[in-house]
Unconditional design. Structure first.
Length: 204
């Protein structure tokens, strides 16, 4: 594998999008009736990162010495922080707020998962809880210098945990920004394109 000579710092070379959770699509909102039925919501993001991934080691005793091995256990992932531009209709901010607010509804927000000491594990067992209706899959597409898709980062079982405030100023003359934080259960990396492969003959 050869290091690309074009592998330099790049901005605006990723795309972030997600599908609305099932419970949010079912909301009867007169303002965003069309938006809530969208299959894909794309945010204009200017700040994010792939969270740290760790599987710690453990130390075992062996012959009066120490032997290190993998714990084969992954701690929970750190939250995903996202900075985004608010659109001119405030639709993206409103959608995220409705999603977050759905977890604090006095009539409907309840889940057996949040009160259980441990979720039962079984490879053939699927969580039968309506909380899954409030989660979705977040996707970040990472692009190269020519806007080709290099890698896809998928966050499964994701749900919003916080939404930043809005700061107004009539003096700055810049776009209004905010931030959101998400929890999730699984992270997957998928290569979309190999930058080291030649699209034409390498001798040309």
């Amino acid at each position: 594998m050869e290091q690309s000579t074009l592998n330099k710092s790049r901005n605006d070379k990723f795309i972030f999008f997600f599908s609305l959770p099932t419970a949010i699509k079912k909301l009867k909102d007169p303002i965003l009736k069309k938006d809530f039925n969208e299959d894909k919501i794309e945010l204009t993001v200017f700040g994010t990162s792939v969270p740290d991934i760790t599987i710690p080691s453990i130390t075992l005793g062996y012959g009066g010495q120490s032997y290190k091995t993998s714990s084969f256990s992954r701690p929970d992932y750190p939250p995903l922080d996202l900075k985004f531009f608010i659109d001119n209709g405030y639709h993206n901010y409103y959608i995220l707020w409705k999603w977050l607010n759905s977890f604090n509804d006095s009539k409907y927000s309840t889940s057996d998962v949040s009160t259980a000491p441990q979720v039962p594990y079984d490879s053939t067992f699927e969580l039968d809880n309506h909380f899954s209706d409030y989660t979705t899959e977040l996707t970040t597409l990472i692009l190269d210098e020519y806007s080709n898709r290099i890698m896809k980062v998928r966050y499964e079982g994701a749900f919003i945990t916080s939404l930043g405030g809005i700061t107004y100023s009539h003096q700055d003359g810049v776009e209004i920004i905010s931030n959101a934080t998400f929890g999730y259960n699984q992270l997957h990396l998928e290569m979309e394109h190999n930058v080291n492969s030649c699209l034409v003959s390498c001798d040309q």
